[in-house]
Write a protein that binds this ligand. Sequence first.
Ligand code: IMP
Length: 191
Amino acid sequence: MALTLATRNPHKLREFARLLSVTELEPLAEEIELPPETGATFAENAFGKARAAAAASGRPAIADDSGIAAEALGGGPGVRSARYAGESASDAENLALLIEQVPVGSPLTYICALVYVDPRSGEERVFEGRCEGVMAAAPRGSGGFGYDPVFLPREEASGRTMAELSDSEKDAISHRGRALRAFEEWFSERA
Ligand code: IMP
């Protein structure tokens, strides 16, 4: 049974496609509209996207909502990570603002809420993944996306930023990798 992935973010699509092994992914049909991400939590936003995709396609859907929480910003930008520097800010503009506002060495957490919705049975599940890190002294690396060039994962002893890791190294420790593995464990057990 293929799952619809409720995202239009090409970076996330790429990460999900290489991470998911228990089933196939269907891209989101062009005409399906996703709701605005106005929820107070990552899970709330992910539920909105997964429910919209599942209702429109009539098939099970998954969606994630993710972002970065900086201790120095009281947990911000959090659910506003994609719009941190403005409604239509680019990844580069958001990154520049984080560098301006967060001191070097201060704690950062990547968070991902992954939601599964089956419109036929009404079953809904949420899985959360986290990755702890600190702010790097300067942006480094060209892999990953978003805030990866300044995110120094605590589990990465080499001192490389998330953007300097290979795809498989990022997947092994990332918030999205962890949430997806938790989902896969549950999904494969119930099949
Ligand atoms: P959304 O989940 O589509 O609302 O967007 C999440 C935003 O959080 C992205 O635009 C990035 O700025 C940031 N983000 C989420 N996951 C990652 C990641 O793995 N690396 C870097 N930035 C991320």
